[in-house]
Design a binder for this molecule. Structure first.
Ligand code: DON
Length: 568
C-alpha cells in the first residue's frame, strides 16, 4: 500500500496536467459573476466566450456557438482546446428534449491490450503519455461537424470566420498561460524541436499568432469534416504520426465516427441531473455519489463542515471503487448502469459508513453486481437566446496532450490512450486504477471522467456546468451543484468555493488551501482520514451558468484559471 502511495506521489509530481505553482488569484474581474438577460457563454478564455456570444448575437443558436467556442479554444487555449483531441457534449433543447454527443478519441485499429507493457510485463507510462503511440484517433473535428449537421443554423464559414481571424491576428498571452508554456517548454521541445511555435518564450502581454492553424481552419470551413478524416489534413497528420512512432493510419481516420448517446439522468430532491454516459464515468459516478449522500441533511451540517466532508468522502470512496471495476466503453463491455444507480444497491454500499471512523479504502472493493462482466481538459457552458443549453468538456488529456505539435497544421495531439487501463491495478496519470472493462482494444474508447452536466429544477433549465481536472472532475461538478442547492450559493460563489476530493485510491482526501479549518483537518485525521493539503492545489476549474428565479442568467467563471463569461 505504501509503495503504491509513493508511486502515486511520483506520478502527481511528474504529471503534465498539473497547473504550475502560482498563487491563486481569487479576485473577480467583471467577466466573473456576470449576469445577462438573454444568452451566456462561459469558457476558459475571454476570447472564446466572446466569439460564442457574438455568434448567438448574429442569430446563431447554442450549437453554432458550440462550434465557434470549441474551435476558438483550440486557438487561444492550446493547453486543452483542440483539434487533436476529443470530448463530450450534453444538451437540452428549449423544448426540454435532452441528448449527448460522444466525440471521444478511439484506440487505433492496430491497438493491442498489451501495447504499453515492457518486456517484463510492466506498464510503461512513457509510452502511453508521450510520443506517437500515446495518441488516440481524434474526435473533435467530427464532433463539431456532427453538432452542426444536426442542430446548426448558420453556415460553417460564418461560424469559423471569427476563429480564423483570431488565429491570424493573434491573441494576448495571459500570465497564467505564459507560466504554463514555460513549465512545459522542455517537454514540448523534447517531443518536437526548439523552433515550434509553442516552444518559444512568451511573456504576459505578448501576442501569439498561429497562421498554420488559421489555414487548417480555412480548409475545414471550405471542405468540411472529410478534410480532417481523409483529405490533405488527414495525410499530413498520418505522416507526422508515423514519423513519431504512432500507429494511426488513414484507415483509422476514415473509420472514426462520433456517437449520439442517451445521457445518464437521475434525481436529487427537486433537481433532475442530466450528465454524460459511458464511455465517460462522469454521469454514473456523480449519480452514485449524490444518491448515497442524499439521505443525509447536508444543509444542516453546513458547507465544508466536518460532517459534510465525511459523508461526501465516504460516498466518493465507494463510487470510485465501482468506477475502477465496472466502467469502460459501453460499446465493448456491459455496464450495469441501472444497478449501479439503484437506491437499494447504494444504500447497501453506504451501510458500512460511520461518523466515528474513516472506512479504509483497503476494506472497500467494488460492489457485488452479479450481471456484470466487466488540466488538461477544458469545459464550456452555453445558453442561447431561445433557451437551448449546451455543456461541453473537451480534452487532449495531459497539458498540451502528448506534446506532439504538427507545425504544418498548427495543433497539438492528445495522449488520451493513457486513460485506458494499461494493466489492471496500475494507476494512470490521475492515479485511477482500472480493470478489464477499461482494457485496450481496437476502436474502443478509453474511460473518461469528463462530466458535462445540465440540471433541471421543476422541469425547467436550472444549471449548465462542467470542469477539467481528470479524476477530480466528477467531484468538482458535484460540489458546485451542492453549493447551489444545499448551501444556497449563487453561481459565481459556488464556483469559487474551496473544494476537496477523494477517489478511493489513493486513500487520501485532497483539499484546496484556504476555506477549511485546522480543527476540521485534525478531527478528520483522528478519525483515520489521510489528508493532503497542497498550497497550490487546484481541484477543477468549473465554468457554469445558473438560471436565476427572474429568468436572468448568472455565470460562474472559475478564478482558478483565466476563465471568463460573455453574455447579453
Ligand atoms: O477524460 C478524462 O477523464 C481525462 N482525459 C481528462 C483529463 C483532464 O481533465 C486533465 N485536466 N486536468
Amino acid at each position: 500500500m505504501k509503495k503504491y502511495f509513493v508511486f502515486f506521489l511520483l506520478i502527481i509530481l511528474q504529471q503534465s496536467c498539473k497547473i504550475p505553482k502560482e498563487p491563486q488569484d481569487f479576485s473577480a474581474p467583471a467577466e466573473r459573476g456576470l449576469t445577462a438577460e438573454h444568452a451566456m457563454v462561459v469558457s476558459a478564455r475571454k476570447e472564446a466566450s466572446e466569439i460564442g456570444k457574438e455568434i448567438i448575437k448574429q442569430g446563431g443558436n447554442a450549437f453554432d456557438a458550440m462550434v465557434a467556442t470549441e474551435m476558438a479554444l483550440a486557438v487561444v487555449y492550446p493547453y486543452a482546446g483542440n483539434l487533436g483531441g476529443g470530448g463530450f457534449m450534453v444538451y437540452r433543447l428549449k423544448n426540454g428534449k435532452t441528448g449527448a454527443l460522444d466525440f471521444r478519441e478511439k484506440a487505433p485499429l492496430g491497438a493491442d491490450r498489451n501495447m504499453y507493457l515492457d518486456s517484463l510485463g510492466n506498464a510503461d507510462p512513457q509510452k502511453s503519455r508521450f510520443g506517437g503511440l500515446a495518441v488516440g484517433v481524434p474526435g473533435t473535428v467530427a464532433g463539431i461537424f456532427a453538432v452542426h449537421e444536426k442542430f446548426g443554423s448558420l453556415p460553417v464559414e460564418k461560424i469559423l470566420a471569427p476563429v480564423i481571424a483570431l488565429a491570424q491576428q493573434g491573441f494576448v498571452v495571459t500570465a497564467k498561460q505564459a507560466a504554463a508554456l514555460a513549465h512545459h517548454r522542455n517537454s514540448i521541445i523534447k517531443a518536437n524541436h526548439e523552433n515550434v511555435l509553442f516552444a518559444q518564450s512568451y511573456e504576459a502581454g505578448d501576442t501569439l499568432k498561429n497562421p498554420a492553424l488559421a489555414k487548417t481552419l480555412q480548409r475545414l470551413a471550405a471542405k468540411g469534416r472529410e478534410e480532417f478524416y481523409s483529405g490533405e489534413t488527414a495525410k499530413e497528420l498520418v505522416q507526422f504520426l508515423q514519423e513519431k512512432g504512432g500507429i494511426i493510419n488513414m484507415q483509422d481516420l476514415a473509420a472514426y465516427q462520433v456517437k449520439w448517446r442517451d445521457p445518464v439522468t437521475f434525481t436529487y430532491d427537486d433537481l433532475r441531473v442530466i450528465s454524460m454516459s459511458p464511455p465517460s464515468s462522469g454521469g454514473i459516478v456523480m449519480g452514485q455519489i449524490m444518491k448515497m449522500i442524499r439521505p443525509y441533511p447536508l444543509h444542516e451540517y453546513g458547507h465544508n463542515s466536518l460532517e459534510a466532508i465525511q459523508v461526501i468522502t465516504e460516498a466518493e470512496r465507494r463510487a470510485y471503487a465501482d468506477r475502477g471495476f465496472y466502467l469502460g466503453d459501453s460499446d465493448f463491455v456491459d455496464i450495469p448502469s441501472e444497478m449501479l444507480l439503484s437506491e437499494d444497491y447504494l444504500k447497501e454500499r453506504m451501510s458500512s459508513f460511520s461518523f466515528q471512523k474513516a472506512t479504509p479504502s483497503s476494506t472497500i472493493g467494488h460492489g457485488n453486481i452479479p450481471v456484470a462482466e466487466s488540466l488538461e481538459t477544458t469545459h464550456y457552458s452555453i445558453v442561447d437566446a431561445e433557451g437551448n443549453a449546451v455543456s461541453v468538456t473537451t480534452t487532449l488529456n495531459g497539458a498540451y496532450g502528448s506534446k506532439l505539435y504538427i507545425e504544418e497544421l498548427g495543433f497539438f495531439l492528445n495522449n488520451e490512450m493513457d486513460d485506458f487501463s494499461a494493466k489492471p491495478g496500475v494507476p494512470n496519470m490521475f492515479g485511477l486504477v482500472g480493470a478489464e472493462a477499461n482494457s485496450i482494444a481496437p476502436e474502443k474508447r478509453m474511460l473518461s471522467s469528463m462530466t458535462p452536466t445540465i440540471v433541471e429544477k421543476e422541469g425547467q433549465l436550472y444549471m449548465v456546468l462542467g470542469s477539467p481536472g481528470g479524476s477530480t472532475i466528477i467531484t468538482s461538478v458535484m460540489q458546485t451543484i451542492l453549493n447551489v442547492t444545499e448551501f444556497g450559493m449563487g453561481m459565481q460563489q459556488a464556483v469559487n468555493a474551496p473544494r476537496f476530493h477523494h477517489q478511493w485510491l489513493p486513500d487520501e482526501v485532497r483539499f484546496e488551501p484556504n476555506g477549511f479549518s485546522e480543527t476540521t483537518f485534525n478531527t478528520l485525521q483522528q478519525k483515520g482520514y489521510n489528508i493532503e493539503v497542497g498550497e497550490s492545489t487546484i481541484i477543477g476549474k468549473v465554468d457554469a451558468i445558473l438560471v436565476l428565479p427572474t429568468g436572468k442568467l448568472e455565470a460562474g467563471a472559475d478564478p482558478r484559471g483565466d476563465d471568463a463569461a460573455a453574455g447579453f
